[in-house]
Design a binder for this molecule. Structure first.
Ligand SMILES: *Cc1c(COP(=O)(O)O)cnc(C)c1O
Length: 372
């Protein structure tokens, strides 16, 4: 293990140089503009719109609220939503929190995203939308989903929390579906400490989403929408402006660690790693490993324990499935999703962040493979 620390977390937030941040917030002390879409907000929104190659990119206090605003902006407040249980709790909680009923679709065993070939059988007269998650930055089958949505008149929302900065088929990944949500939380590839972003091509949605962000009104006496408070502050925007200057370097450093892991695990029987299709420019957000105990000889839980004994904190991400949350039990019927169930019992996300050294990635690989 490297000498600088004896504990390795699963992730560690990227921080800009301290002096750079202090310099960036100096004008805030001059202007006294702290929030309400001030100059920092506008600079960051424009920079993110460019970086993601999208037409619109309003920013929010966090990704979760942004996702809820996405549903409200599309008028989705009741009915069924076909979605994946293999995600962070936020996706399903946002759906349920908006009064929508999740209908759980199984996942594709390779991409680990919603299995588009199983969506149509779940459509009922109550279905309003499809909510896919680009899990670990691996894109959903966006073409098949678009085709289904068009034929059945459904909205498509992507939880792209893991996919910041990626392009797929040469297009910014935030261009698919009606709206995509990116998280800018501390643990994500790009962070504003807390923050989120919605991307979409329909310019008319901009005024709706930004009004809902601010109590449902445009700053006039009249309130047009049922809204919330999800504004991104100037201090958070300043953090984003700094981090965005370093994001390419940060992704390159993640890639170096990813390569060490890939070299170690690629050809090992009983191990499946993150899937990046040929036409994806990935951001190396996560390094999930699926352990097939019968072939590999050890279970996910055993590996997690062995790592933890050495101060390395891998994470069972995503386990358990959101569809198993006890709180939902009496609320709606829950569909069986056997592939998602199996994957959730096999998966372990290994540490991956910009400051993880390739040497540490090599040590972690050896421990996982029992070569120490
Ligand atoms: C992080 C995350 C969210 C929520 O984003 P926040 O910015 O933390 O609110 C939603 N979905 C997924 C898949 C995430 O990983």
């Amino acid at each position: 293990m490297s000498s600088k620390s004896s504990v390795i977390p699963v992730t560690s937030p990227a921080l800009p140089p301290f002096e750079e941040f202090v310099e960036e917030i100096r004008d805030i002390w001059d202007s006294h503009v702290l929030t309400h879409q001030g100059p920092k907000y506008h600079l960051l929104e424009e920079a993110i719109r460019d970086y993601l190659s999208v037409a619109n990119a309003p920013l929010f206090a966090n990704g979760h609220l942004a996702l809820q605003v996405a549903f409200w902006s599309l008028g989705l407040t009741s009915g069924e939503v076909i979605t994946t249980p293999y995600t962070f709790s936020s996706t399903t909680q946002a759906i349920v929190g908006c009064g929508l009923t999740p209908v759980f679709c199984d996942i594709d065993p390779r991409t680990l995203c919603i299995d588009a070939s199983k969506i149509e059988e779940l459509i009922t007269p109550k279905t309003k939308a499809i909510v896919g998650v680009h899990v670990y930055g691996t894109p959903c089958d966006v073409k098949a989903i678009e085709d289904i949505a068009k034929r059945h008149g459904l909205k498509v929302i992507y939880d792209a929390a893991h996919a910041f900065g990626e392009t797929f088929d040469g297009v910014g990944i935030g261009n698919f579906g009606d709206i995509s949500m990116f998280s800018m939380h501390a643990t994500k590839v790009f962070n504003t400490v807390e923050g989120g972003c919605l991307t979409f091509n329909d310019d008319e949605l901009y005024s709706v989403a930004t009004a809902i962000r601010q109590f449902g009104c445009y700053g006039t006496d009249e309130t047009q929408y049922v809204g919330t408070n999800a504004k991104l502050t100037e201090l958070h925007a300043a953090m984003g402006l700094c981090n965005l200057r370093h994001i390419d370097e940060s992704i390159a450093r993640r890639k170096a660690a990813y390569r060490v892991y890939q070299a170690a695990f690629d050809a090992i029987p009983g191990i499946q790693t993150v899937y990046y299709p040929e036409s994806l420019k990935p951001n190396y957000a996560y390094y999930p490993v699926l352990f097939d105990e019968e072939v590999f000889g050890k279970s996910r839980d055993q590996i997690a324990d062995e790592l933890e004994q050495r101060g390395i904190y891998a994470r069972k991400y995503f386990y358990p499935l959101t569809s198993t949350f006890a709180v939902y039990g009496p609320m709606f019927e829950i569909q069986a999703t056997p592939i998602a169930q199996k994957v959730s019992e096999q998966v372990l996300c290994l540490p991956l962040f910009a400051d993880l050294s390739p040497d540490d990635a090599a040590t972690i690989s050896k421990i996982v493979l029992g070569n120490v």
